[in-house]
Design a protein around this ligand. Structure first.
Ligand code: F6R
Length: 246
């Protein structure tokens, strides 16, 4: 696991934007796993701005989002599909049929999402945020490390954290479908981003806590190619010897 700490937000956003374009500017198709949430909003905005400036083509890009709420009107502005359209997809020239989300219907084997990802030869780069409780995707503490895409009940703390996107806590969905931890770990490369003091404890547990299912992000320490990008607040509890500071 490599850890990079940024003292300025702007440098973190530029680093991520550079990385994104480096990955998608190859000649071959590239499959990228995407996250929603506040961590990535200005990163997506920066990708849009760079793509306009450089007349960037996205013909090789295929995206696979980590998760989607269940029991929410599909036109609700806070579905993750709406979030992605609003913050990224509507601003770049990416065909609709190259974007993918976990299925949310009832009577569905959600693991068909894993089969689709496998058929498409896997995720090349998976972007991740981290929950204040250590979740990755919406794999809440206690989720099996060998889980495939599945429906989960959101922790109350996750619903409270995401209340900022809704007008009241009652509106925040109670369930979601998320890529499983096994699915995430199959990605060839993982880039986890954490920003803000409220993430410092989750980052500390990820890096130094027991590797166990109650501490979902800890499993990333077993991934062969995982980069962690932190702002200085999220890195507050990271040991000096571990961090490469920019
Ligand atoms: C969202 C997702 C979550 C978020 C995490 C952090 O697709 O999978 O794991 O990345 O909850 O959310 P923010 O960025 O809002 O702090």
């Amino acid at each position: 696991m490599n850890i990079k700490v940024f003292s300025h937000d702007e440098a973190l956003v530029i680093y991520l934007t550079d990385l994104f374009f480096e990955v998608i500017s190859q000649d071959n198709r590239v499959n990228i796993g995407l996250a929603t949430g506040s961590t990535f909003i200005d990163v997506y905005q920066s990708i849009i701005e760079r793509s306009i400036k450089n007349h960037q083509s996205f013909q090789h890009l295929y995206t696979f989002n980590l998760d989607e709420y269940v029991d929410i009107d599909e036109n609700h502005p806070q579905t993750f599909k709406s979030f992605m359209k609003h913050h990224l997809f509507n601003g770049i020239d990416l065909p609709d049929n190259q974007t993918h989300f976990p299925p949310t219907g009832s009577n569905i084997d959600y693991a068909c999402y894993d089969e689709l990802i496998e058929r498409e030869e896997g995720i090349d780069v998976q972007f991740l945020g981290i929950g204040t409780n250590g979740h990755i995707g919406f794999n809440e503490p206690g989720t099996a490390f060998d889980s495939k895409t599945h429906k989960i009940t959101l922790d109350e703390s996750t619903r409270e954290d995401n209340n900022k996107f809704f007008s009241s806590i009652d509106e925040v969905p109670k369930y979601a479908v998320t890529m499983g931890i096994h699915t995430i770990m199959q990605s060839k490369r993982i880039i986890l981003v954490a920003r803000g003091l409220h993430k410092a404890e989750a980052v500390y547990n990820m890096l130094y806590g027991d590797i166990c299912e109650d501490n979902p992000a800890s499993i990333l320490r077993e991934h062969p190619n995982c980069l962690v990008l932190l702002d200085k607040d999220a890195a507050k509890l990271v040991k000096r010897s571990c961090k490469d500071e920019t």
